[in-house]
Write a protein that binds this ligand. Structure first.
Ligand code: NZQ
Ligand code: ZN
Length: 387
């Protein structure tokens, strides 16, 4: 295990009715609020009215930024920066899924930056200062509620890129499982796939001796496999929703990666190209790419790690590591398919016309991946396997 510092800046307010506690949390960090949300789900569920009433009752000044799309665009980021500057806002309250939270983070950093906030995404600028953010999460998936990452799409260049800074970690996040009851089957399954993929990315590293991290990862994966199908079939099952919500947060809040190399992250880099060009749901892209990536990088030297996952998560009892690993990959593909995710590009009507382009774009900052460093040609080959 490597040396590490572990730091959790975000206060988590977990459970039924916890939205009622946001006002003291906001007042601790700001007084003029940007209320950021998506395409309307919070209006349908009544959460919007609840939040607005809470803000009005305490006479907290707020300005709204609505219509943030899945795979959030720079247009919303630029609009949010403008609203914050013009209205001298000092706090962002993001209410929604990962896309709303990520957009809020890019705005929070963009307010203090003279250039265009896209510069953060292309590593032309780094975050020096950011507005404080609070979140009310409505979808279990990204872990954005307790990390400093944001992923933004540039509609003009068909690129999707990530930024990361400890300054972007929310100061508080409300995690009320009941707020996720209204998530439909598709986005529930995509969220489960995303959570599992974050755990895979952090599990598949060349590190040895990381028994705690491995055991935590395997447990969280088993919870996703148990609760995912339940949440898809019974959207108002509190136990399933609560455990998925907490699993999603723990999967990408730094816990599983502490003491290890940074994680593989090749699959995410590849998936972001799919979402960028085809506006595919992130989790659906991961369900297609992850099994193909696993098959591509598996070899006799690294098979012990794939086999460990196969045995401890999928219950495969085969002694040969390569055979166990292959069965584990099949099990992952079958699971994603069973919860309604696509497992081939064909299923989402993506053909081979852009595979070379996506390979090049995924490696624009150099090779991706840790288990195997992947070049643009490797990425194209993985996408071809996924056809
Ligand atoms: O826009 P609204 O109307 O709110 O509808 C959303 C959206 O259509 C809907 N939704 C959310 N909560 C709901 C709900 N519908 C009914 N009831 C609710 N309670 O779900 C749809 C998808 O929302 P979105 O926010 O896009 O989903 P998710 O949370 O999966 O976020 C995906 C984005 O996060 C990025 C992805 O790339 C993608 O852009 N990621 C962010 C990460 C991070 N910040 O750490 C890491 C991830 O790997 C990921 O890349
Ligand atoms: Zn993800």
């Amino acid at each position: 295990m490597k040396n590490f510092n572990f730091d959790t800046a975000t206060r988590i307010l977990f459970g039924k009715g916890k939205t009622d506690e946001i006002i003291p949390e906001i007042i601790r960090s700001g007084s003029r609020v940007l209320l950021a949300y998506g395409g309307g789900s919070i209006k349908k569920t009544g959460l919007y009215n609840q939040v607005v009433n809470l803000l009005n009752n305490d006479r907290i000044y707020f300005v709204e930024l609505n219509g943030i799309q899945p795979n959030p665009r720079m247009k919303s980021v630029r609009e949010g920066v403008r609203l914050c500057r013009e209205n001298k806002l000092d706090f962002i309250l993001a209410v929604g899924g990962g896309s709303v939270l990520d957009c809020a983070k890019a705005i929070a950093a963009g307010v203090f930056y003279d250039g265009d906030a896209w510069d953060f995404m292309i590593k032309k600028a780094s975050v020096e200062e950011a507005l404080p953010i609070g979140t009310i999460l409505t979808l279990a998936a990204t872990g954005s509620e307790m990390n400093g990452n944001a992923v933004i799409s540039n509609e003009e260049t068909s690129e999707k890129r990530a930024m990361s800074s400890a300054l972007l970690r929310p100061v508080f996040s409300v995690l009320d499982p009941e707020l996720t009851f209204s998530v439909n089957r598709w986005h529930t399954a995509a969220g489960v796939t995303d959570i599992m993929s974050h755990i895979f990315e952090l599990y598949f590293t060349p590190d040895t001796g990381t028994l705690v991290q491995d055991a935590l990862s395997e447990s969280l994966l088993r919870i996703c496999i148990e609760c995912g199908p339940v949440a898809v079939e019974e959207p108002e099952n509190y136990v399933a929703r609560a455990n998925l919500l907490w699993a999603g947060t723990l999967a990408l809040n730094g816990l599983l990666g502490a003491g290890k190399s940074a994680g593989d992250w090749a699959t995410h880099a590849i998936e972001h190209e799919l979402s960028a060009i085809y506006d595919l749901t992130h989790g659906a892209g991961l369900a297609i790419v992850f099994p193909a990536w696993m098959e591509y990088v598996l070899n006799p030297e690294n098979s012990w790690r794939f086999a460990k996952l196969a045995r401890n998560v999928w219950g495969i009892e085969v002694t040969d590591d390569m055979a166990a690993a292959r069965q584990g990959i099949d099990a992952a593909r079958e699971f994603f398919s069973s919860i309604g995710m696509p497992v081939s590009l064909k299923e989402v009507n993506i053909d081979d016309s852009q595979l070379t382009e996506m390979g090049k774009k995924a490696c624009v900052f150099g090779p991706v991946g840790l288990m195997k460093e992947l070049t643009a040609e490797d990425v194209t080959a993985i996408l071809r396997k996924a056809l």
